[in-house]
Design a protein around this ligand. Sequence first.
Ligand code: GNR
Ligand code: NI
Length: 167
Amino acid sequence: MTILNILEYPDSRLRKQAKPVARVDDAIRKLADDMLETMYAAPGIGLAASQVNVHKRMIVVDVSETQDVPHVFINPQLTLIGELVENEEGCLSIPGFYEPVTRAERVRVRHLNCDGDANEFEAEGRLSVCIQHECDHLEGKLFVDYLSSLKRTRIRKKLGRQHRIRA
Ligand code: GNR
Ligand code: NI
């Protein structure tokens, strides 16, 4: 297994549209394992392939306290259910910033599993928030896009500066 490098905002590669996975093969299963290892090492509760510069429609999540309930969703399609709820969100690609975002309280996820079989999954609570956050990544969308342009610009400038110092 391999820990992959996570792209950080404002890297323009985070804005790319991910393409559907055509076939679930060993390379896709290896990518799922590497994404899970990368997520656990970070540590985080979810990761989209886009964040590791692989622009395929694939996400992994694990919101359990014990980090031993991994979910892999390939070509996820969301149906949003229920009321809107506000939750604090963070992102491994936007380190150090946490802001409230409003999302649907529940989701249904149609997807392929690691065997390539069509499947459905329903989630609420933190798992629902996380799945919606990850699916946004596949569209090149980040949680800062829900904030005011003033807040977003402040975050972009702070993180942009840090990257230039490290470079
Ligand atoms: O680790 C993560 N925590 C988190 C907290 C609140 C809402 C969403 C998330 S997802 C984030 C990992 C990440 O950036 N996934 O894309
Ligand atoms: Ni994220």
